[in-house]
Design a protein around this ligand. Structure first.
Ligand code: NDP
Ligand code: MN
Length: 383
């Protein structure tokens, strides 16, 4: 069967690579907008470092530092208005997935008319965005190498996906030193998000052989490095493994897409404020359990790279060990055991399931197509 792998972003990777940002941005233009969150980049010193590198290359710099976690339509539109007023020709997204996604939304609104809501969906963006440089400070979303921006529509209470190669960053600068400041819970939540990308992309109906290699490598690295990143938060070598793994996982979903872990998790974020990665973590074991039968070989491979001994087992027995390995890992890194523990109420689940069951794109990408009742059942089992 035909398959596609597409990964157009140039990547500069390694400790200290942030200092390259000035000389690199200069290749794209002379007026730069930095899009970032409200405080973490300022506090860690990374914002100042970027500004200094840019100004030392005689670039003019503007900063938009209003991006909230799970950025809203309103924030992206406010940023775009500011970007147009300043006539910038390069946008840098500095921060977690939220800042990088907001940067993508802002950059596309400079070359495409109308509102950001006009671009929700797949391949709706007509013109290439102005050049985007993505600089992650979390090791999770992989947004630095994806063609997606996830924007929250608070009026409709939906997390909407813009999927377009016109918003793939032209350059990603991955400096593990920027992730040292993450507290343990952020490290855990974002690390599991990356793991969910590797797994959902690997078993996706649009999986491809190149992505599969990256996915298995990513899963193996995260299984080993994520507990270490929490117990030794100041070790840059371990942070580097996580940042590398999350980038690989981003490449995987950029071609293969995600599945119902993401589709279902969005509602736990929207209605209960759970960080994106945590929402995925709470649903992942039960979704894996549900999906297993659709592709036991791949789940067997997941079990194996997560360190399970599979010799002598049937393929289904081995596949089931992937769920065991996942539960063990989640427990090791301090993820709550159930959605109930974070305050999710039984009575909201039917409504969530109904909305998820209308998300045709994610249902098609998921290896086993669930009915509305089955989605509700997976939510219930995750309580
Ligand atoms: P966020 O970008 O939402 O950041 C979460 C919090 O972490 C913020 O309060 C932020 O602070 C803080 N923070 C970020 N970096 C650091 C750091 N180095 N040290 C201390 N604190 C820090 O988190 P994620 O990276 O998990 O991004 C989640 C978003 O990305 C969701 O909206 C999700 O849907 C989306 N996503 C996008 C994908 C894509 O391909 N585009 C793929 C998967 C998820 P501050 O706000 O002050 O910066
Ligand atoms: Mn994700």
């Amino acid at each position: 069967m035909e398959s596609v792998f597409y990964s157009p972003t140039r990547i500069i990777f390694g400790e200290g690579s942030l200092k390259r940002v000035g000389e690199e941005a200069k290749k794209f233009g002379e007026k730069v907008l930095i899009v970032t969150g409200k405080s973490s980049a300022k506090k860690s010193g990374s914002l100042d470092e970027v500004v200094n590198s840019l100004t030392s290359h005689n670039l003019r710099v503007e900063v938009f530092n209003k991006v909230e976690p799970d950025p809203s339509v309103e924030t992206v539109e406010e940023g775009a208005k500011f970007a147009k007023k300043c006539a910038v020709n390069v946008v840098i997204g500095l921060g977690g997935g939220s800042s990088m996604d907001a940067a993508k939304g802002i950059a596309l609104l400079i070359t495409n008319r109308g509102s950001i809501v006009d671009y929700f969906g797949t391949d709706k963006v007509k013109e290439p965005a102005i050049p985007i440089i993505a600089i992650p400070t979390t090791a999770g979303t992989g947004s630095e190498v994806t063609k997606y921006a996830v924007i929250t529509d608070r009026k409709k209470m939906l997390k909407q996906i813009i999927g377009s190669s016109h918003i793939s960053p032209r350059l990603a600068i991955l400096d593990p030193l920027l992730t040292l400041s993450m507290p343990a819970s952020l490290t855990a939540n974002t690390g599991v998000d990356a793991l969910s990308h590797a797994i959902e992309g690997y078993v996706s109906t649009q999986a491809n052989p190149v992505g599969d290699i990256l996915a298995l490598k990513s899963i193996a690295l995260i299984t080993e490095a994520l507990p270490e990143a929490i117990s030794q938060p100041n070790n840059p070598k371990i942070r580097e493994k996580m940042l590398f793994a999350s980038m690989l996982a981003g490449m995987v979903i950029s071609s293969a897409g995600a599945g119902i872990i993401h589709g279902m998790g969005y509602f736990i974020t929207l209605h209960y404020g759970a960080p994106h990665g945590l929402a995925n973590a709470l649903l992942m074991p039960e979704v894996m359990e549900f999906n297993l039968v659709a592709n036991p070989t791949k789940y067997k491979n997941i079990a194996e790279v997560m360190g399970k001994k599979i010799e002598g087992l049937s393929e289904m027995e081995a596949a089931r060990l992937s769920v065991v390995a996942m539960r063990e890992l989640l427990q090791k890194i301090g993820i709550p055991k159930s959605m109930k523990e974070i305050g999710v109420k039984e009575e909201s689940l039917a409504g969530f399931a109904k909305t998820v069951s209308k998300n045709e794109r994610l249902l098609t990408l998921n290896p086993r197509r669930p009915t509305q009742e089955e989605i509700e059942e997976i939510y219930r089992k995750s309580m």
